[in-house]
Design a protein around this ligand. Structure first.
Ligand SMILES: C[S@@+](CC[C@H](N)C(=O)[O-])C[C@H]1O[C@@H](n2cnc3c(N)ncnc32)[C@H](O)[C@@H]1O
Length: 268
């Protein structure tokens, strides 16, 4: 790992906030679409790379109804602690996406949600995903579209940018770094994978209030450890103001968030 790439590392307290606030607000909506696009079925062996607190692995395991094997792998012990507490029936492994601790052809399906943009070695990680997939197996990756395409988060991060230094900018640019489908396609090709489908959709991020949306964005991401109290309050206020156009009935917030699900086959 290098210092120059945001790798989205959290302590266990932040991982708990991630699971309780961020997963239901944002990530949970995408997991069934990813699992569906990859054709996850009972009896398969499925790997969730950079599983975080495990929402994709849980969704896959539920769809498989207890038949088959599901493994979640993440670099971060805090994330895995929460994952294991929630679902002790799933196999959780600590490891690096760029050096997967599995033999060639171990999994029928390899999934990766909202994480490849954080890998220092994206090409190498995708090659690893291809290596551990069975011949004819599926690799399916979900990424966010570019910031220019993100109405809601564009407004939030635009407000943050006026108060934050380059470290936060780096977190922001990592999120959207794989929004260009040509770039993603070339990474898949370089990994020896054959693209099968690309699905672009707009999800809805839901928070109980504008300040909750912004507070979660800070507290459940590596931003939390990078800002002092003064800056925290300033970006909370600025971000909350920027959320005004997205406030709906009851003061709740609904933010559009656009992403891509790319699936590919490892040639037999
Ligand atoms: C935004 S979270 C997404 C987690 C999960 N896939 C989800 O949908 O909730 C990004 C995850 O990538 C993990 N990660 C970052 N770099 C990694 C690497 N090189 N190998 C494995 N996991 C990594 C982080 O620890 C974090 O859990």
């Amino acid at each position: 790992m290098t210092d120059s790439v945001e790798t989205f590392q959290l302590l266990v307290e932040a991982a708990e906030v991630y699971e309780s606030q961020f997963v239901p607000a944002l990530f949970a909506e995408w997991a069934p679409h990813l699992v569906e696009a990859a054709g996850v079925a009972p009896g398969q062996a499925v790997l969730d790379v950079a599983c975080g607190t495990g929402v994709v692995a849980r969704t896959a395991a539920d769809r498989m109804g207890g038949q088959g094997r599901v493994v979640g792998l993440d670099l971060n012990e805090g994330m895995l602690t929460v994952a294991g507490r929630l679902r002790p029936d799933i196999e959780w492994r600590q490891g690096d996406a760029a050096d997967l601790p599995f033999g060639p052809g171990s999994f029928d399906v390899v999934l990766c949600q909202s994480a490849m943009m954080f890998f220092p070695d994206r090409a190498g990680s995708l090659r690893e995903m291809a290596r551990v997939a069975t011949p004819g197996g599926t690799v399916a990756v979900q990424v966010w579209d570019q910031l220019e395409a993100q109405e809601g988060y564009g407004a939030m991060y635009g407000a943050f940018a006026r108060h934050l230094g380059p470290e936060a900018d780096q977190l922001e640019s990592s999120y959207w770094a794989l929004g260009d489908l040509d770039l993603v396609g070339s990474l898949f090709e370089a990994a020896g994978l054959e693209l099968t489908t690309t699905l672009t959709r707009v999800g809805t991020v839901r928070f109980p209030s504008a300040s909750a949306a912004v507070a979660t964005e800070i507290e459940a991401t590596p931003l939390a450890r990078r800002v002092d109290q003064d800056t925290y309050h300033r970006i909370l206020a600025a971000g909350t103001e920027a959320m005004r156009p997205f406030v709906v009935a009851g003061g709740r917030v609904e933010l559009p968030l656009k992403g891509h699900i790319v699936t590919a086959t490892r040639p037999a």
